[in-house]
Write a protein that binds this ligand. Structure first.
Ligand SMILES: Cc1ncc(COP(=O)(O)O)c(C=O)c1O
Length: 424
């Protein structure tokens, strides 16, 4: 018989200092973490949907609009120069964060979704034709499925899907078998938002490159959790969203290898992406501007730069170590509750604990936890094929950030205990 785990209430600070992060100080950097929800301290475990913002990010936005608001690249006046320099500096910060070789490989977009659509609509349109194939995996977020479906439909191409096993791990042998002479691009997540699975990207990319196929990586759920080095990975494209990595909404990044980006047609037409325009012919700007039509989210890019500097200063290795301990603790505490079924038990996971509780609809569970001040996400997490694979309509997902504490995991486990009592 299984017994309900009684998670030991830890000394949060001594544990949280062990990973080298001073969580009390760090949490004070995030004003929203002091909010009370329904009279209880906020326990924010919905970081996979969006993360909270440190004061330096809020300050960067206010500072931009207070001291430098002007359009970039177009003015000789002081404010425009300030804004342009700050925007350029943010691109440099992103380049360093991903260890890209060149700032021209960093394209600012609205988020991971736009980054993937950009590649599908430019690289994809040129290279994918009738009878060709696009290879994805069974654990993709809808934003790494639908853009390829739209492309395949338009071109008469086929979407191939590499399967995952019962743990939610990519089946590499099957993946390798699905790459063939018609495969034009592989698009794969780095970390699954619904399962937390970390995909062995080096192996995936090696397999694809041996067949001459480029790889786009959806890094939306990876960059908040551990250091990513696009040169070491040798990926061809890497996409992420600013708001999941402690920056604001409305800004994101597409990294692409320079030669590939240069060979691609523009995505959208408009100001800034041109070199010269006549009614007879338009020539396009150099990278990265060729892919950045119109006035960008200037404040967003600058604030994203502030967020990336903030986490880099904390240390991505410390963040990864703390979150890994936290996830192991959460997996043990939640997994031991009778009636809980964990969805996604990959050996290598980051940031996400997904589960269902017998006879309780995830929506009800989420509502009851909210009464306790605990924010988690319930639903299909924009990954309906993952839900189908595991035979569930929805899951409850707790997703972690480095500012989460062991005491918050205890609160989650206690909250789940209350849910069970209500439904018993
Ligand atoms: C794995 C993954 N890819 C892509 C996205 C899309 O991100 P956005 O909505 O910020 O474009 C998400 C968002 O949840 C995600 O988790």
């Amino acid at each position: 018989m299984t017994t309900i785990a009684q998670p030991v209430v830890r000394e949060p600070l001594s544990r949280d200092l062990a990973a080298g992060l001073d969580l009390a100080t760090i949490r004070a950097d995030f004003p929203i973490l002091a909010e009370r929800i329904n009279g209880k301290p906020l326990v924010y475990l919905d970081n996979g949907a969006t993360s909270q913002k440190p004061q330096v990010v809020l300050d960067a936005i206010v500072n931009y609009y207070t001291h430098m608001n002007a359009n970039i690249h177009r003015g000789v006046h002081t404010l425009s120069v300030r804004a342009t320099e700050a925007h350029d500096a943010a691109r440099q910060t992103v380049r360093k964060f991903l260890n890209a070789a060149d700032t021209r490989e960093i394209i600012f977009v609205r988020g991971a979704t736009e980054a993937i659509n950009l590649v599908a609509q430019t690289y994809g349109r040129v290279h994918v034709g009738a009878g060709d194939e696009v290879l994805i995996t069974a654990m993709e977020h809808h934003s790494n499925i639908v853009p390829w479906q739209i492309l395949c439909e338009e071109k008469g191409a086929h979407l191939k899907v590499a399967p995952i096993n019962d743990r939610g791990e990519l089946m590499l042998d099957e993946f390798a078998k699905l790459i063939g002479p018609h495969t034009k691009i592989v698009a794969v997540t780095h970390v699954s938002n619904a399962l937390g699975t970390v995909v062995p990207l080096r192996q995936v990319i090696d397999i694809a490159h041996r067949c001459g196929v480029p790889v786009l990586v959806d890094g939306a759920q990876a960059v908040p959790h551990f250091a990513v080095d696009v040169q070491a990975l040798d990926c061809d494209f890497y996409a992420f969203s600013g708001h999941k990595v402690y920056g604001p909404t409305g800004i994101g990044v597409l990294y692409g290898k320079r030669a590939l980006l240069n060979s691609m047609p523009p995505y959208q037409g408009g100001g800034d992406m041109i070199s010269s325009v006549t009614f007879a012919k338009t020539t396009y700007n150099d990278l990265p501007f060729k892919f950045e039509a119109g006035t960008p989210d200037i404040a967003g890019a600058i604030a994203l730069g502030a967020a990336l500097k903030y986490i880099t200063n904390l240390g991505m290795d410390k963040i990864a170590a703390h979150e890994s301990e936290l996830l192991a603790y959460a997996t043990e505490a939640v997994g031991a509750i009778p009636g809980i079924r964990l969805i996604g038990t990959a050996r290598d996971r980051a940031g996400v604990l997904s589960f269902v509780l017998d006879h309780v609809h995830p929506h009800d569970l989420g509502t009851i936890l909210d009464r306790e001040g605990i924010a988690i996400r319930t639903g299909h997490h924009c990954a309906q094929p993952v839900m189908d694979r595991f035979g569930v309509p929805a899951t409850t997902r707790a997703s972690l950030a480095f500012y989460n504490t062991f005491a918050e995991i205890d609160a989650l486990a206690a909250g789940l205990g209350k849910v069970k009592e209500i439904f018993s």
